[in-house]
Design a protein around this ligand. Sequence first.
Ligand SMILES: Cc1ncc(COP(=O)(O)O)c(C=O)c1O
Length: 339
Amino acid sequence: MSPGPITLERLRLAHLPTPLEPAPGLGAAIGCPGLLLKREDLSGLGLGGNKPRQLEVLLAEAKAEGADTIVTTAGAQSNFCRATAAACAVLGWRCILLLRGDGTAEPAGNLLLDRLFGAELHWIDTTDPYADAVQVRLDQLEQAARDAGGRPWQIRLPGRTGALAAAAAVSLADELLAQWAEPPGHVCLAAGSGLTAAGLLAGFGATGVATQVLAISVQQPESFIRPLILRRAEEAAGLLGLDAGIDPSRLVVDDRFIAPGYGLSSPASLEALGVAGRAGGLVLDPAYTAKALAGLIGRLGEGSIEAGAGVVFVHTGGAPGFFAQSAAIARSLGDSALS
Ligand SMILES: Cc1ncc(COP(=O)(O)O)c(C=O)c1O
């Protein structure tokens, strides 16, 4: 007999469940009547997003291991690092962040919040989150914290922590399943590390719901991120003791909206960001959610997804990133006001 699903330990840090709400204005503006928004941007913990849900689980593990210091890494405008810094401030823990870049990034958006929340910042001059040098530096920072008498715990989303973070994101699927009246045809979201998409896939797979996960990649080509999402979904299902398998046909990855690069706006993403503001009163961010919405708009336009099947757009947050690129956004709003 199967042992049944396993419940993950959580620290209560986020505002969950997040709302699922209709977005008639935005839906009409993008040709998607019936559009629903899953408001992960309202999850709290230092301005919200999809990370607080994961951090509740990741930090519960750290706490169980006796940690009082978190060591983690990402880009300079990382929402994950900012939410981790906020969580550490709540818990009274030390937060050590290794950020990618040469240390000259303007202290705006998430980077400013990292400092506000009292995190210690270190820099590594690479753009590759998967580079071996990143792991080496993280290990050094962890060791230095231990030598100073702390009890450090390392979180590495592109690494050992990934499976647990994906398992934490299964609760996003569980919430949606409880909130919607009927399963929609598509749930669309941004994919960076792909862990949130993996959690959705595992959660939907466990119930056999036919909803397609439409992951708009913002950083990695499909050839890299699709197998990773599928692997993390399998691992998450394994950690949670979920019986049903992962159906790869339920995952669609679209990498056509990455250009001109991770974190950089495109005309399509700036247009999506503007339409979400004007028609939905929403704040999207240039790196993730604006590109995800641009992807949704693009696919609706080309007919590769059908609005009539029902669409949920997961607003995964990222508002601080909006303010980190205010000059470029202001320019684009000026343009669209003229057109
Ligand atoms: C605002 C926002 N949206 C989406 C994502 C992508 O989530 P994932 O890394 O789980 O694919 C991130 C990840 O950093 C994010 O910060």
